[in-house]
Design a binder for this molecule. Structure first.
Ligand code: FES
Length: 362
């Protein structure tokens, strides 16, 4: 089960007026636990105004850089992001969960691939890690980045991207797309959507010649770009995406308030007895099927279950159904095979049978 470790903040660097990047000192004994793959994220935890706040942030450094660094953009009303931008400083200690996530493909120095990334705002964070890793570890691969922002001033890692362009002039192409500042060409003015993506495909790259696509930004951008790429006959398997929900927004999905139908019996259940197994310890919790998620019910019952985003994205709350059934409201993290094997995101799951056993140890 995922655990938090105390890590000291090495430095806090201002990237734009509303974004900082935060690096951590990782002690020798935790270096294996905190080794990471390009594109992964870590979950941070701090007590802010008496509240236990947890948020996941993508790593912007490349594994070979020997540094664990994330970028944190301040969002309106965001507890953690405001704290990180306004108060956090070198020497502070945060609770940090080891890196997680699947937003990557295996790198190989013999690869001669073309990667295309679409990022918007702080969606650049994991893309930076991927882009740097591809350019340094795959000398025969090319990378094309489309990066959407409001204006020039809001471009995160602007200078780092320029430096990369200069260092890899033959293998890296970068196109900035601005929504509130006309860069002088209509093609790059506006938001990254289906129409823009279609024009980029026509004018700037051949979708048939691209090996991997990486998409990171708000859900709308990911959907629109995915639609267009699929319309261009791009194989779904080549499209990798990392959704960022604004972690301080409440879960947008309303879970059904009606009683849920059990898959196994065909009967509706009003409530269920849920056995939760964590670190080999069993707890029994009664949950109304239109009430709390399994995760929330377990937390209210005082069970120390792991979680971070509560938004179906980070997978920290993953459990496996050993008995009974449950239904997920949303799932952006689990693969189809995992769902078939009985894995659930407990933050999204409601029991749909009278008795359910969920293990966090599987
Ligand atoms: S807590 Fe992040 S997916 Fe459930």
């Amino acid at each position: 089960m995922a655990r938090f470790h105390d890590l000291e903040v090495k430095d806090v660097r201002e990237e734009t007026s509303d974004t900082v990047s935060v690096a951590f000192n990782v002690p020798e004994e935790l270096s294996d636990a905190f080794s990471f793959i390009q594109g992964q994220y870590i979950t941070l935890r701090a007590e802010i105004s008496g509240e236990d706040v947890r948020r996941s942030y993508s790593i912007c450094s490349a594994p070979k850089e020997g540094e664990l660094r994330v970028a944190i953009k301040k969002v309106d009303g965001g507890k953690f992001s405001t704290y990180a931008n306004e108060e956090l400083k070198a020497g502070d200690v945060l609770k940090v969960m080891p890196p997680q996530g699947r937003f990557y493909t295996e790198l190989d120095q013999n690869n001669a691939k073309h990667y295309v990334a679409f990022a918007a705002g702080s969606g650049i964070t994991p893309v930076m890690s991927i882009m740097k890793s591809v350019l340094t570890e795959e000398p025969k691969s090319n990378f094309t980045l489309f990066y959407g922002n409001k204006n020039t001033g809001s471009i995160i890692f602007k200078e780092d991207i320029e430096d990369l362009k200069n260092a890899y002039v033959d293998r890296l192409s970068v196109y900035h797309v601005l929504s509130r500042e006309n860069p002088g060409a209509d093609l790059f003015y506006g938001r990254i959507d289906e129409e823009k993506c279609g024009r980029f495909c026509q004018m700037l790259f051949d979708p048939a010649g691209v090996d991997e696509y990486f998409l990171c930004g708000p859900e709308a951008m990911i959907k629109l770009v995915t639609n267009e790429l699929e319309a261009q006959k791009v194989d779904k398997k080549r499209i990798h995406y990392e959704l960022f929900t604004s972690p301080d927004q409440p879960n947008a999905a309303q879970h059904a308030t009606s009683r849920k139908k059990s898959k196994s019996t065909g009967e509706k259940v009003d409530s269920a007895e849920v056995k939760v197994i964590v670190d080999g310890e069993e707890s029994i919790i009664n949950i109304a099927s239109d009430g709390d998620s399994i995760l929330d019910a377990a937390l209210k019952a005082g069970v120390d279950v792991p979680f971070a985003c509560k938004g179906a994205v980070c997978m920290t709350c993953r459990g496996k159904i050993l008995e009974g059934d449950a239904e997920m409201e949303k799932n952006y993290a689990l693969l189809d095979e995992e769902v078939e094997q009985g894995y659930i995101l407990t933050c999204q799951s409601h029991p749909t049978s009278k008795n359910v056993t969920v293990s966090f140890d599987e």
